[in-house]
Design a protein around this ligand. Structure first.
Ligand code: GDP
Ligand code: MG
Length: 177
């Protein structure tokens, strides 16, 4: 259900502390804090952007930290057009969590939901990074795209959100009105 064809609902998913809020704040306000405090309430931000000449509004839903208690229910993502699944490049568990989110979304979310995966904190010790090629292969196998990002250094972030918007618009065109 969408009231306005130029609105795109994007939800952020991923383990606590992987940098979801930091990615959103970097994208929307171009700020970063090393002491990003845990979100206390669900936050909702919008950002207008232009995709191949077409103006769209992303409505971006960040969690209120419920992921820490495994308490994010379908109500959060049910009518989302896209999900941005974030993991920490230095934390295998957080990548496994992305895979379990994908399984849950496949069962419970809009069946055409666009999936984008971001491996965040690329500025941190490269020797400790997970194998990005494996992550890219996984993404490809589920029809997702994969990006390496740093909210701290503002790396890869515009690309992530532009890809979300572009793929949702492409999909809408292919599905028709
Ligand atoms: P969330 O729980 O997934 O929303 O994660 P936050 O955005 O609250 O970030 C958790 C911690 O990781 C904070 O201390 C951030 O400053 C830090 N952080 C987030 N993104 C990055 C990044 O790209 N690089 C580094 N070095 N730290 C980051
Ligand atoms: Mg957060």
């Amino acid at each position: 259900m969408r009231s306005n064809s130029s609105m795109i609902k994007l939800v952020l998913l991923g383990d606590g502390r992987v940098g979801k809020t930091s990615l959103v704040l970097r994208y929307v306000d171009n700020v970063f804090s090393d002491k990003q405090v845990a979100t206390v309430q669900a936050s909702y931000l919008t950002k207008r952007l232009t995709v191949d000449g077409e103006s769209v509004t992303l409505s971006i839903w960040d969690t209120a930290g419920q992921e820490r208690f495994h308490a994010l229910g379908p109500i959060y993502y049910r009518d989302a057009d896209a999900a941005l699944l974030v993991y920490n490049l230095l934390c295998k568990d957080s990548f496994n969590r992305v895979q379990s989110w994908v399984k849950e979304l496949r069962k419970m979310a809009n069946k055409n939901i666009v999936l984008v995966i971001a491996g965040n904190k690329s500025d941190m010790d490269k020797m400790q990074h997970l194998n990005v090629e494996d992550a890219e292969r996984y993404a490809e196998s589920i029809g997702a795209t994969h990006f390496v990002t740093s909210a701290k250094l503002n790396t890869g972030i515009d690309e992530v959100f532009l890809d979300v918007a572009r793929r949702v618009l492409e999909q809408r065109k292919s599905l028709g009105p």
